[in-house]
Write a protein that binds this ligand. Structure first.
Ligand code: NAI
Ligand code: MG
Length: 532
């Protein structure tokens, strides 16, 4: 399909290419050593060796308790770094620093064009350090370095550049008012958009740098001060980004970065009484905990949560190969660790066998290996916990009677590798059909009656994304209108842009990330009335 998008093209190309073999190489992970060396990570090696601290009030400091925890390379379970194991006290200090910066610092009083220029510089610095950031991300998360280099890092830079432009465009309205009980009075009324204040941001591990950018960009362009808590599995690029923020000239205390676990540092941030708003991306289960924690001081909440997204292929798609490559990309991109992964493949019966066989053929060709290996097309899952979660689902599906066309097992190696998996003969009640697996596992179901399709596609507590593949443009639009999802991709999948709002219906979240929609979450509206 001519309109194939970058991610689809990349996925197709990488799934088709062969590196150092026949493209059908061993289905198990390579056992090459993944320990970072000056040769394997030339741009990041020196930084990785340096001690890691929290960023609080413009200074790098250890946890108040002095405790640290290990950060693992998921490709071989080796220890990459040690970072502060922060708790309530560190969160308290970071929130106090953000409050001081907000109340007394220059940030929210800075001229909007100065704030914009500073954020633009952050985007530039990310691009200047793109190789280094991609190396760190690949080691920490497991994703191929090449993917981090062409997707995660440039998208993060673009987000800062896009948000930099908004700094000068945060506008209110002038509002003609009538005031029925004051017939003779005249007024001049207008609104101001002001920053919310101190914002707590809790992010996940699937796109560590990019999620930090999605959160920080809109908060900063609107003049807020932030405490960011990266995921315990992948804190490293956030710490490197903290250094780049200081290099760009961000005043002290405007962004504070505190590493730690969800139950300790994360929970303390969500519950803190001096935090005005919390923004969270992660599991729906923790999303609920955040809502409860926020109730104490009624802080504002935005949530970007899980998904179980339908990807619908009609027989009139035209280019079936493009749809097959798109369906493979929809589930296997980032090892299926995407909240919007096309994990339910719904295919019109006449082409069901061909599409399932095609996606399975793509799955079989994917080369697993450490993210730093240039031949790798899919790295390990992010952690042992995630590895156990995904392999449990794989086994559960078998027990429930589903048919595994390919995959369904862990792959070899010391790291957290699993086989790209395609499943059919599923029932709507099965856990692998209903629950978010967050791994490279797609369940395929045929459909015959288009009138039943919508209710089946919407039969999920989630509502994050959906895909539709057809040449019939009227049908595509009708279906897009009926799907209860925050994003609908037609003849494409996994297309993201800083200008495009992203977020969920139903239990996939509250609010939107990116675009101008996100700015609503980071501003308060003040109505000002002048008696004339
Ligand atoms: P999680 O929701 O536990 O973790 C996400 C972030 O929340 C991390 O920074 C973590 O430290 C923090 N957190 C955890 N418990 C917290 C608490 N009680 N209070 C405040 N913050 C807390 O996700 P996890 O355990 O890493 O993955 C579990 C499942 O969540 C995955 O299998 C996947 O289904 C889903 N998930 C969805 C993501 C998305 O992009 N929507 C991203 C990551 C996970
Ligand atoms: Mg968790």
């Amino acid at each position: 399909m001519k309109t194939a998008l970058l991610s689809s093209r990349l996925a197709t190309r990488s799934l088709k290419s062969s590196h150092g073999g026949n493209g059908h190489g061993p289905r198990h992970a390579r056992r090459a050593s993944c320990a970072p060396t000056a040769a394997s990570v030339p741009h990041a090696f020196a930084w990785l060796k340096r001690p890691k601290h929290n960023l609080i009030a413009g200074r790098w400091v250890p946890a108040a308790s002095g405790k640290v925890f290990d950060v693992f390379n998921p490709a071989d379970a080796s220890v990459l770094a040690r970072v502060p194991d922060s708790d309530k006290e560190d969160i308290h200090r970071a929130v106090a620093a953000a409050r001081r910066a907000f109340d007394a610092g220059p940030w929210r009083r800075m001229k909007p064009n100065e704030r914009g220029k500073l954020l633009w510089r952050v985007g530039d610095l990310i691009l200047e350090h793109a190789d280094e950031l991609a190396e760190i991300e690949s080691l920490d998360n497991g994703k191929p370095r090449a993917v981090a280099r062409v997707a995660d890092v440039p998208l993060a830079a673009d987000l800062f550049h896009y948000m930099a432009g908004w700094a000068t465009k945060i506008e209110g309205h002038t509002i003609p008012i009538s005031v029925p009980y004051a017939p003779d009075a005249r007024f001049h009324a207008f609104t101001l958009r002001e920053p919310v204040g101190v914002v707590g941001q809790i992010i996940p591990w699937n796109f560590p740098l990019l999620m930090a950018a999605w959160k920080l960009g809109p908060a900063l362009t609107t003049g807020n001060c932030v405490v960011l808590k990266p995921a315990e599995q992948t804190p490293l690029t956030a710490l490197r980004l903290g250094e780049l923020l200081l290099e760009a000239g961000l005043p002290e205390g405007v962004v504070n970065i505190v590493t730690g676990f969800g139950e300790t540092a994360g929970a303390a941030l969500a519950a803190h009484d001096d935090v005005d708003k919390v923004a969270f991306t992660g599991s729906t289960e923790v999303g609920r905990l955040i809502v409860h924690a926020a109730a104490g001081n009624l802080k504002k909440v935005s949530l970007e949560l899980g998904g179980k997204s339908p990807n619908i292929v009609f027989k009139d798609v035209g280019d079936l190969d493009a749809a097959i490559a798109g369906a493979a990309n929809a589930i296997f991109f980032n090892h299926g660790q995407c909240c919007c992964a096309g994990s339910r493949l719904m295919v019109e019966k006449d082409v069901f066998d061909a599409v399932v066989a095609g996606v399975a053929a793509h799955a079989k060709k994917i080369k697993l290996g450490p993210g730093l290996d240039p031949g790798t097309q899919m790295g390990p899952l992010v952690s042992e916990e995630q590895f156990r979660r995904v392999t449990n689902y794989m086994h559960q599906g078998k027990q429930e009677g589903a048919c595994y066309v390919t995959g369904g097992e862990k792959a070899g190696g010391r790291g957290y590798f699993v086989q790209p998996t395609v499943v059919k003969d599923v029932k709507p009640s099965m856990s692998i059909v209903r629950e978010e697996i967050f791994g490279p596992v797609v369940v395929a179901e045929p459909f015959t009656k288009p009138e039943e399709l919508i209710s089946r596609a919407n039969d999920t507590p989630y509502g994050l994304a959906a895909g539709v593949w057809t040449r019939d443009i009227a049908k595509a639009h009708r279906i897009a209108a009926e799907l209860r999802a925050g994003t609908v991709w037609i003849n494409c999948y996994n297309v993201f842009d800083a200008a495009l709002p992203f977020g969920g219906y139903k239990q996939s979240g509250w609010g939107r990330e990116m675009g101008h929609e996100v700015l609503e979450h980071y501003t308060e509206t003040k109505a000002v009335v002048v008696g004339l």
